[in-house]
Design a protein around this ligand. Sequence first.
Ligand code: UDP
Ligand code: MG
Length: 333
Amino acid sequence: MIAHPQLSVVIPVYNEEAGLPALFARIYPALDALDVPYEVIFVNDGSRDRSAALLREQFTARPDVTRVILFNANYGQHLAILAGFERVRGERIVTLDADLQNPPEEIGKLLAVMDGGADYVGGVRRNREDVWWRRAASRLMNRLRERITRIRMTDQGCMLRAYSRDIVDAIVAAREVSTFIPALAYTFAHHPAEVDVLHEERAAGESKYSMYRLMRLNFDLVTGFSLVPLQLFSVVGMIVAIGSVVLYAVVIVERAITGGVLEGLKAVWDRDILEFFLIGCIMFGVGLLGEYVGRIYQQVRERPRYVIRAVLEREHDDVDLPHRPAESVRAIR
Ligand code: UDP
Ligand code: MG
């Protein structure tokens, strides 16, 4: 086992048995071609298929450069990456999806940009191979994020990214319970950069993101990095409230003039549309509050963010994991 690899590649794996053999066949030659000491860290995010078994096999086949972290359950892609981040030994860290949508041969491009001085390099998928509604939703969320946060990224959803060790250490130290790693990394970066990368269709299996999970992820992004939705809501709520009072006054006065005072007062009950609108606003507001309260709740509970069932790695003399938190150490059996 290499004690000090230059490059650590972190790959989250969730029910990817169909694609893993192809990934193994491509990732090692691609990394060998870079000619730097490397390690690959697979994080099995509680897969229910044979992924864990395949990863074990792969560890036996290439124990010199392979490490495997096995979660006890499914905690999501970003926490899986985080578990990898907590244990990386390299100076540069690259994240990559397991489904070969991010071609491993593109890693060199990211590293070349780092050679030029960047400490954080985001991939940008120019020819994105996903269904149209995913592309449309992604465009929308990228634009929204541009407006309400200070985070400037062209393609926040692309997980083919390179991070310097400093940034990864800062991400690990952040201790957030649910997060969006590319955005968090940006807030710690001094010289963020971007580079176009290829994108391929999923090699095998299917996407792990349903519409619901995508919505959850994007709520994490928005509420995790911006208070604007909360503030915007109170501003809009105020405008709506004042507006509706003014509208009532106008309607009551107008009807009182044309039909007498009694007719005017009846206008108070003429409010169907307004009511729907206000109820909608209130519900949205409560929901949004819930998002923030939920985050506070999770944060104050201070539960371990995940539980590691096992770590497969070869012993080496020079253990150098200063930032390994007690929680994951305790969890190892
Ligand atoms: N993934 C994970 N845990 C999850 C969902 C996904 O580790 O709960 C992994 C998955 O195995 C893949 C990567 O995250 O390596 C991206 O997932 P996917 O390809 O399904 O997302 P999409 O490309 O459709 O956005
Ligand atoms: Mg994918």
